[in-house]
Design a protein around this ligand. Structure first.
Ligand code: NAD
Length: 477
């Protein structure tokens, strides 16, 4: 039985209720979580505030950095353990689970080094005045985390907030809490003061909502779906609480006729099958120059047909989806495709070893998807790639920008001038040219435009969002 983690202690929720934890690879219950309620959020916020006032605000930036570096090293020692936890909890193939744990190591390392590099400025002003700016932490930050990459999103969000001098109350997704509860214990072991990192588990509409509404929360970092992001922003607006929203996407991979297809093809496939397509930045739309549409689809079709889906521990190309309702969501999209006569190019296959009770979905490549169809407009959050062709560069831009999202775009071309033109014209928080998120990008600011959200996390830029700027003007004559 898992407990909340408040003020460096595992605690039961006073609700007395629990949530079953299910292994997506076999659909079986193997643990239980606290189904917390608003009272538990109160406790966590109180512990955080106490920590802020008594301890955290008195540490120097260098001391905060040392703590974060110790946590990075501690997580590094526990990569295998954390990956195994994540694998069972979220159905991640071994390589992905390890990559997530290693990303967490890197986030804490990056933010450890950043703590004492964040500073204000002095500004030229009137004669007899000195003006300076200070970057001050918000105070107690609330972090609402999705289930698709719990460790990575915890690292970038909580890592950045702590580095900037905040203390944190975290609400992980009800499907993905176990690794974060363990990381909070590791933080206590390396010397984080009680109340710096608090974790309260439960349902979004219960504790997530209570966290977003809590008057003791000074800033909210929300990563999740666009619909819930709207609710969070509405709730936060009532008390003028600043919000960072990292939401969904329908990101295009745009392949021109002069692209290096040997480089593009594996990247296009990985961008839609990584984490079974349950990735905010999944490259879920494939826009292809009509001159190479048929040969590219033929090559991709051959590759899709070889993609294996199976239990996370088998470490195949694709693991299970997170839960039954997510599987149902993907089936609904695919049945809509059938009704609309959208042609299917190829599908992968589920291996014989996969238990029938697991949540398995074969990767699916669809072609000629009409731009107005929901498969070209909405986030499926499964391994479904929607391909369509474009006539020329203007048409490619028009299709790329034809959704309400703007998270990531991939551009594949050897033409340097076109690379820059496309990077400028595509409406997106990130544009990757001749790669798609290579290297993990801990150092690179990340976030969306339009319905993909606003604010930036990752990189040094995140620290500006996790602080507020105070201007001090002194008249000394
Ligand atoms: P979700 O919006 O359903 O849930 C996200 C979190 O919000 C969970 O912890 C959930 O419990 C909580 N929540 C749900 N309802 C709430 C409410 N009324 N009030 C407060 N909290 C509430 O999203 P999900 O299904 O967990 O995650 C998938 C989504 O996250 C996708 O849309 C994906 O694109 C997005 N995502 C975005 C990024 C990014 O960086 N832009 C990264 C990862 C995931």
């Amino acid at each position: 039985m898992q407990r909340n983690y408040i003020a460096n202690a595992p605690v039961l929720s006073s609700s007395g209720l629990t949530i079953a934890v299910i292994d997506p690879s076999d659909g079986q219950v193997f643990d239980h979580l606290q189904r917390s309620h608003a009272g538990d959020i109160d406790d966590a916020v109180r512990a955080a505030r106490q920590c802020m006032n008594a301890v955290w605000s008195k540490l120097s930036a260098a001391e905060r950095g040392r703590l974060l570096m110790r946590l990075s090293a501690k997580v590094a020692e526990h990569v295998d353990e954390l990956a195994a936890i994540e694998q069972r909890d979220c159905g991640k193939p071994t390589r992905q689970a390890r990559a997530d744990a290693l990303a967490l190591v890197r986030y804490f390392e990056f933010y450890a080094g950043a703590c004492d590099k964040l500073h204000g400025e002095t500004l030229p002003y009137l004669d007899g005045y000195s003006v300076l700016t200070w970057r001050e932490p918000h105070g107690v930050t609330g972090h609402i985390i999705p289930w698709n990459y719990p460790m990575q999103i915890f690292g970038r969000s909580v890592g950045g907030a702590l580095a900037a001098g905040n203390v944190c109350v975290v609400k992980p997704a009800e499907d993905a809490c176990l690794s974060l509860l363990r990381v909070a214990q590791l933080a206590a072991e390396v010397g984080f003061p009680a109340g710096a990192i608090n974790i309260v588990t439960g349902y979004g509409h219960e504790v997530g909502d209570a966290l977003a509404r809590h008057p003791g929360i000074d800033h909210i970092s929300f990563t999740g779906s666009t619909g819930v992001g709207t609710l969070i922003q509405q709730v936060a607006a009532e008390r003028h609480c600043p919000v960072t929203l990292e939401l969904g996407g329908k990101s295009p991979q745009i392949v021109f006729a002069d692209a290096d297809l040997d480089a593009a093809i594996p990247s296009v496939i990985n961008a839609i099958v990584q984490n079974a397509g349950q990735t905010c930045s999944a490259g879920s739309r494939l826009l292809v120059d009509q001159a190479i549409y048929e040969p590219l689809l033929a090559r991709l079709g051959d590759a899709f047909a070889k993609l294996r889906v199976g239990p996370a521990a088998m470490d195949l190309e694709v693991g299970p989806l997170i839960r039954q309702s997510q599987l149902q969501r993907v089936w609904d999209f695919l049945s809509d495709a059938q009704v609309a006569d959208i042609p299917m190019v190829a599908q992968g296959y589920i291996v014989d070893e996969a238990p029938e009770t697991g949540f398995y979905q074969v990767p699916t490549l669809l072609r000629d998807v009409p731009v107005a169809h929901r498969l070209a407009q909405e986030e499926v959050f499964g391994p479904v790639l929607a391909a369509m062709s474009f006539r020329d560069e203007d048409h490619a831009v028009e299709l790329a920008n034809a959704t309400r999202f703007g998270l990531v775009a991939g551009v594949w071309t050897r033409d340097g001038a076109r690379q820059l033109r496309m990077a400028r014209r595509v409406k997106s928080g990130q544009v990757f040219v001749n790669n798609y998120g290579a290297g993990g990008g801990v150092e690179l600011p990340f976030g969306g435009v339009r319905s993909s959200g606003h604010g930036r996390e990752k990189g040094f830029e995140a620290l500006y969002g996790f602080t507020t700027l105070k201007t001090v003007a002194i008249h000394h004559g």
